[in-house]
Design a protein around this ligand. Sequence first.
Ligand code: G6P
Ligand code: MN
Length: 439
Amino acid sequence: PFILSIAGGGSTYTPGIVKSLMVRLEDFPLAEIRLYDIDEARQRTLAPVVEKVIRDHSDTIKFIVTSDAETAFSGAHFIFAQMRVGQYKMREQDEKIPLRHGVVGQETCGPGGLAYGLRTILPMVELIDLVEQYADKKAWIVNYSNPAAIVAEGVRRLRPNARVLNICDMPVAAMRNIGAILGVDRHKLQVDYFGLNHFGWFTRILVDGEDRLPEVRRHVAQFGLLTEDASKTDPQHADPSWVKTWRNIKPIMDHFPDYLPNPYLQYYLMPNQIVEHQDPHLTRANEVMNGREKKLFAAAEEYQRTGILPDAFHVGVHGAFIVDVACSLAFDLRQRHLVIVENKGAIANLPYDAMVEVPAYITANGPEPVRMGAVPLFHQTLLMQQLASEQLLVEATIEGSYEKALQAFTLNRTVPTMQHAKAILDDMIEANRDYWPQL
Ligand code: G6P
Ligand code: MN
């Protein structure tokens, strides 16, 4: 049985992930679960909820809650990483600063994602170093930390040999919705997909060897990437803002007649419309703080007081996916999953060393990307511009370069002019004083 550490143990996602682990104990046996967080108080508050989830399923799994890296990682076999540097207070800034300038305010797309990247790359590298110091030499870090594309590129640049697999639940969440639309379990879908994280396209959706993508597109043109009544989506994605996000891919579909776009492309392709429909004073960070966060903390408090745990967290594709990936790594299952990997020719006309999102077979030695071939000029150009923005941001972080940060902001498709790029960057430098390297 494995020792698993969750870095970012105080996340509101932790109970859902642990629940997903508990229902898979036969496939992924566990001796210990350790929660690790630098925010000790937050983690202590939520830990009893996690412990209850474990004890409902197992008396034998050892449970440790710590802010000490050695205690957290000694001998660990798997580390699930989900850090949020600056927490929701800074997510709110990532969203609201660009909006003040009339630009998309999103935690991973546009200036918000770039700012979050500048906060996260170096702490992620610190985490990797701690894991390498203490954990089992063959340990894998499965990394959900955002902004995933930029974090992946930062890790590739700074710790190229680290055993880190970067993942995102958006493609698999899309597959869950596609499955619901087709009336097929998502595990029965075999998809082709190419792009960068939060910037890609499904090109085939095979069910028993038949490509159902045209049928999915016809549905999406009418209802968005949701079932007609939206009720079959994961609770994580049932908030009104998420329903809007899934529906909003309708207007961009015509630009990609053969493919199904990742919903996140809406931020790059129709930024004005997104900004117009966004309240600049009440963003997703506020929605999460007032919703998911509040509800879980209230439940933790009630559980402490009454011994009864109210239903307060999401169990769904987010947790299920990371457990699937971990199983495939652990037992060399070579399952095919959409993950973020070094290109190595998978997308023939993108750089060999770009961090791309494509299907890969997940082996005990890591992901083996599947060849998606060359992509059309239009898509290739969009991808190259986004890649350049992300790579320049990583270089800005490593070199402490204001010039490169400004180039990264300027190249981002969500940013209309050079003046916008500079004004937003300068505001963000101010807001991120405690977090960014000196530019
Ligand atoms: C999806 C994305 C993640 C992102 C999350 C935000 O799951 O793949 O990258 O962090 O949405 O969700 P939230 O509910 O916090 O807005
Ligand atoms: Mn994601």
